[in-house]
Design a protein around this ligand. Structure first.
Ligand code: GCU
Length: 683
């Protein structure tokens, strides 16, 4: 059967296990879900669609409690929910969480999906449907779930002309031309998908912002989107162009301490709230890569952020101020600049400002150490920014499941307050007692039929939502859930796809940037290898700046003998990395300039190890191809062929990466590729 992938993980196919199907049918064919609020109606629609698909039969929604097997609501929307002894669990569920329990009513077994708020009910319904889509036993349910971060966001880098910066899945899904009056069904399906994984905020515009989005005409369009998203618990955020007061406000300056400028933003923000009463706030990129910002007026990031914060505070809006800053005027290691600018401002931001920090100190590489800002700003809420769109990871032609990358950062120990001070604890607020907590992913979504171009790109969107809700979920759990919902529940299928997914990130690191290499992708577009490139318009955009290969060795010395970037970490972290003999090898060339002859843990020298890794990377892609081919009978034809073709592209490009990097680095190492690696290539 053909499948275009549009339904994402919300497919609701008939349960293909007859025992389970009859259990499910016995358990939930009549539902009591009273209430008429938009979120409860959305929950009801979803439940109806989901159950009818999964059970293959009509589900009756009762007007009364009698005979209902599934009872859904809040203590306010349903007296039955109020009567159940759930107060203990509900107190743990908070504003957005939910409780799903098997219980009894008048001696009859029922299942209750309960929450304190209507949006919690919707999340509970999605969770319940997920249990059935992944074929779990629903006979003894006792789930209490609440999100670990408060702001769970998808950031679109979508321009107003519908191009998407670093977007590889078509054009923007926002059709500004037909908004506000034409509501594409896609907006609703987008909101459903996000709500199903707990995403509660969307930044709809590019960080390289266009001030036009703040004009009256566009705000009406944004308001129409906000109306679609509201029932799904999703707030809209915009990117704020710092120079907007000049560009659309006719002022002479955008100085954040100028009274007129402050008034202009206050009026603008008030205007936004009259259109969108629950507007979430702004994401701001300032004084970064040529964007305007407070430093243009010799003011600090705090001066800039607090200007917005003050105007947003009465409306409960927030500012997400990005820490992705660097300039080529400074001779410093580019990696040191964010910490240098932000660390001194710790404690200087208003309490509705969060600093949004990319996971690593550079820029969304296949592997980076965690950003040293995590653990360094205890008085400031920090959000993490991941990139779902695969700017440096082979665009949407390479299969890379990013949960292991995300988890590696979450589990990293900052040692801010001794051992166990993980990035996850910084983010969920538990380490420093922060109330403003958040996780964001730069969208990989476009108007391609299947949303993300590569069918497996959907898994990264899914992962972001699931980890923002619960950072303790493992990569394997997330892969398992996603495969079951997206492709099906048969064991060989689930086992094989899960295995492919879990190995894919390390495969990519090996064939692109093994042993801590970074930023050696093609100049500007960042696709394919170009470690030789040295003609960029600024030095710190040149791959040669990052790998520093010479006749002695390769790698960037960031120890005290080099740029001393390592000094930005806690002493315990520094210690792990600063000794060339104990530094984990996956970060070796990130922190050290290492001799080609250096002996590695495997006993090979560095050059041989580099060869070994590049060859291993290609081999892993070939293993993935074989694994996928074994699934031909278990996956629908269309998606099977798509993935098969994409894996063939990935294999070819892995070879391209391996061969060109090794040939280039060989001009420095002057050593042969170990003959045993030189197997004939299969294409
Ligand atoms: C990367 C990317 C840019 C983007 C920037 C950012 O450098 O290449 O396109 O604007 O990140 O995150 O601001």
């Amino acid at each position: 059967k053909a499948d275009d992938g549009y339904r994402l993980w919300l497919r609701y196919e008939l349960v293909n296990n007859s025992t389970l199907l009859s259990n499910y049918r016995n358990a939930v064919t009549s539902v009591y879900l009273p209430g008429t609020s938009p979120s409860l109606l959305a929950a009801k629609d979803e439940l109806q669609m989901g159950l009818e698909g999964l059970l293959g039969k009509k589900v009756s929604f009762q007007n009364t409690l009698a005979n209902a097997q599934l009872v859904v609501g809040t203590p306010a929307s349903s007296s039955q929910i109020a009567a159940l002894p759930l107060s203990n669990q509900l107190s743990k569920a908070g504003d957005e969480g939910f409780v799903i329990v098997s219980t009894t009513r008048s001696q009859k077994k029922i299942i209750a999906i309960a929450a304190n708020t209507d949006i919690g009910v919707l999340y509970g319904v999605f969770h319940f449907l997920r249990l059935m889509q992944t074929q779990q036993n629903i006979q003894h349910l006792a789930v209490t779930s609440a999100p670990k971060t408060k702001y769970r966001l998808i950031d679109h880098w979508d321009n107003l002309n519908r191009t998407v910066e670093r977007g590889y899945a078509g054009f923007s899904i926002w059709n500004w031309h037909t908004l506000p009056r034409y509501i594409d069904q896609r907006y609703i399906d987008y909101a459903r998908a996000n709500a199903s994984i707990g995403i509660n905020g969307v930044v709809v515009t590019n960080v390289n912002a266009n001030a036009l989005i703040l004009t009256k005409e566009y705000l009406e369009k944004v308001a129409a989107l906000a109306n679609v998203f509201r029932p799904y618990g999703i707030k809209i955020y915009l990117t704020g162009r710092f120079s907007a007061p000049i560009e659309i406000g006719k002022l002479k300056t955008a100085d954040p301490l100028n009274a007129e400028v402050r008034q202009w933003w206050k009026n603008k923000i008030d205007e936004i709230y009259t259109n969108i009463p629950d507007f979430g706030g702004f994401l701001i990129k300032a004084n970064s890569e040529g964007q305007p910002g407070p430093q243009d007026y010799k003011r600090t990031h705090a001066d800039g952020a607090n200007m917005f914060a003050e105007a947003l505070a009465p409306h409960k809006g927030i500012v997400m101020w990005r820490a992705f800053v660097y300039s080529n005027e400074s001779p410093e290691d580019r990696l040191k600049q964010a910490y240098a600018e932000f660390k001194p401002l710790d404690g200087k931001f208003n309490n509705n400002v969060a600093i949004q920090v990319k996971n690593g100190p550079l820029d969304f590489q296949p592997r980076e150490p965690f950003s040293p800002l995590f653990g360094a700003m205890p008085k400031t809420p920090l959000f993490i920014e991941y990139q779902l769109t695969q700017e440096y990871l082979g665009f949407s032609t390479h299969l890379v499941f990013m949960a292991p990358l995300f988890k590696e950062v979450l589990n990293a120990d900052t040692y801010e307050k001794g051992k166990g001070s993980t990035v996850a604890k910084v983010l969920d607020g538990s380490l420093d007692g922060q109330a403003l907590t958040g996780m964001a992913g730069v969208a990989n979504i476009g108007n391609d039929i299947n949303w993300t171009g590569h069918p497996f790109g959907q898994a990264n969107w899914y992962t972001l939502g699931r980890l923002a809700w619960d950072h303790q979920l493992s990569s394997a759990q997330i892969a398992n859930e996603w495969v079951r919902q997206t492709f099906g529940n048969s064991k060989p299928l689930v086992d094989t796809v899960e295995k492919m997914m879990l190995s894919s990130r390390e495969a990519m690191v090996n064939y692109m940037t093994p042993l801590g290499l970074h930023h050696i992708m093609g100049y500007g577009h960042h696709y394919g290898p170009a470690p030789w490139f040295d003609k960029a318009s600024r030095a710190d955009w040149n791959p040669v700046y990052f790998h520093k290969a010479d006749s002695i060795g390769i790698g960037f010395d960031r120890t005290a003998n080099g740029t001393n970037y390592l000094s930005q970490y806690a002493p315990e972290v520094r210690k792990q990395f600063e000794d060339i003999n104990t530094c984990p090898e996956e970060y070796l060339l990130w922190f050290h300039h290492v001799s080609w002859k250096h002996t590695m843990k495997s006993g090979r020298n560095l050059w041989e190890e580099l060869c070994y890794r590049y060859y291993a990377g290609v081999d892993s892609v070939r293993v993935m191809q074989k694994e996928w081919n074994s699934l031909e009978k278990l996956v629908d034809k269309q998606r099977f062929n798509q993935v098969k073709m994409l894996l063939a592209v990935q294999e070819k490009e892995a070879v391209w990466w391996r061969n060109s990097c090794l040939l280039y680095f060989q001009t420095f190492s002057k050593m042969p590729i170990p003959p045993s690696y030189e197997k004939p290539d299969q294409t």
